[in-house]
Write a protein that binds this ligand. Structure first.
Ligand code: AMP
Ligand code: GLY
Length: 424
């Protein structure tokens, strides 16, 4: 079959790498892809939000399945666009419709969903410009630190952890009155701070049954020892030792089952990934957020651990028979080290020539922010390459990935050498 994968990051590179190994695949296309995805299929120069261009391409190239990588096209309704079009409606899209995508697109919606279905999450209240003064007095007596979240998508910047009441009140005014995050902060969720250790849990569902994909831990801070600014993710590990059978049973019973069942109860059809970002608070899981896509850089550690045919699993979602499919997972540990541009997550330069990827020995290199130009591979983003190693031990996997990351070079490249440090 012919598959179209939408997206251009490290997550999509890992998807493309895995899909390209399937005997069910005829041709894979990646739109727009990057300098690395061309190895696994054909890159197509289409923007993921240009639905009409996607339609033309799908029809001209007999695409039989569309896998959506990032959240933006889902939140903007690409799945609904397919269903509303006579020529497209029989072509399965992996990724929820607009309403299901609100689990990620609106914090207020996802908090209400969790409350309705008794899913453990931080206590919260939502305020708008009209209820700003109530919000300010609500903050007066709120325990500290307190978490403020812009309701809508704010490019990963809409969450603020405030240490004082004054700071929280100033930020609330900035968000609601001065539109600090534009339309995204026209509504703000004020939330209890959860302390614990974070985990990313991934579920694939056809809306009826589900498979729990390998879990992962993401390292979000720029500096060693989890210090400094927040990034899109500097590396990941899978599996995560504290996510043992007992903890994962709690996650399944208290979060996954009520989530999939809740979608059914609320008559929200859902075919795709549910990424549950959760906090392990003293052995009990609490949901921090839902995403309606896979994580990045988690996917780069998750895909190498999936031994089953990934296309067959996607077909299970498309055809509503996921229950009949088998998910086989490797017991090995995958470690991913992200190589980023100097200055990231602040301002950084692009267009640096990347060398040394041919010297990588025991790892897989997934491209993220790269382009091919004048016969050379150059940097084109903050997060540039993800290097993933699979080994019998976590120590072995991290060591291999770090060694291989060191074999790759461009002016100003940076990576963390301590991925997994807190788990060893
Ligand atoms: P989000 O955009 O919801 O993923 O939030 C970004 C990050 O903020 C999360 O990955 C957590 O590290 C942190 N965070 C969000 N909500 C909370 C909370 N209630 N308590 C503690 N940390 C939080
Ligand atoms: N790694 C976190 C995310 O993809 O949102």
């Amino acid at each position: 079959m012919n598959i179209l994968l939408l997206g251009s990051g490290g997550r999509e590179s890992a998807f493309a790498w895995k899909i390209s190994q399937s005997p069910l695949l005829s041709q894979l296309y990646i739109a727009p892809g990057n300098a690395g995805t061309g190895v696994y299929g054909k890159n197509v120069n289409i923007k993921v939000t240009d639905f009409n261009a996607v339609k033309d391409f799908v029809l001209k190239n007999s695409i039989q399945l569309v896998l959506v990588g990032p959240e933006e096209p889902l939140v903007k309704g690409i799945h609904d666009f397919f269903l509303a079009d006579d020529e497209l409606k029989s072509i399965p899209v992996i990724g929820p419709r607009e309403e299901g995508a609100r689990l990620e697109g609106s914090k207020n919606f996802s908090k209400a969903f969790m409350r309705r279905h008794n899913i453990p999450t931080a206590a919260s209240a939502t305020f708008t410009k009209a209820s700003l003064s109530e919000g300010l007095s609500y903050l007066e007596t709120h325990p500290l630190p307190v978490v403020l979240k812009a309701d809508g998508l704010a490019a990963g910047k809409g969450v603020l952890i405030c240490q004082t009441v004054e700071e929280a009140q100033t930020e609330l005014v900035a968000m609601l009155q001065d539109a600090k995050f534009g339309e995204a902060s026209s509504s703000v969720v004020i939330e209890q701070f959860l302390s614990g250790i974070e985990l990313s849990v991934f579920v694939l569902t056809d809306g009826k049954s589900y498979k729990i994909l390998p879990e992962a831990k993401d390292y979000k801070r720029i500096g060693e020892g989890d210090t400094g600014l927040n990034t899109g993710g500097m590396g990941s590990i899978s599996p995560v030792p504290f996510a043992d059978a007992e903890f994962m049973k709690k996650v399944e019973d208290q979060i996954i089952k009520p989530t999939v069942h809740g979608l059914k109860m609320d008559l929200i059809p859902y075919q795709g990934f549910i990424f549950i970002g959760l906090m392990n608070c003293g052995g009990d899981p609490f949901v921090i957020e839902y995403n309606v896509r896979m994580g990045d850089p988690e996917t780069e550690s998750v895909m190498p651990r999936i031994e089953s045919d990934f296309v067959d699993l996607l077909l299970g979602v498309a055809n509503g028979n996921l229950e009949e499919k088998e998910l086989k997972v490797s017991a090995k540990t995958a470690a991913t080290v992200m190589l980023v541009a100097s200055g990231y997550p602040g301002e950084y330069l692009k267009g640096k020539v990347i060398t040394g990827t041919e010297n990588v020995r025991g790892s897989t290199v997934f491209h993220a922010g790269t382009i091919q130009e004048d016969g050379m591979v150059k940097t084109a983003g903050g997060r540039v390459l993800a290097v993933t190693a699979l080994s019998d031990t976590m120590f072995g996997a991290v060591q291999q990935a770090v060694t291989d990351a060191g074999r790759i070079y461009w002016d100003g490249r940076y990576f963390r050498t301590d991925i997994g440090f807190d788990l060893l």
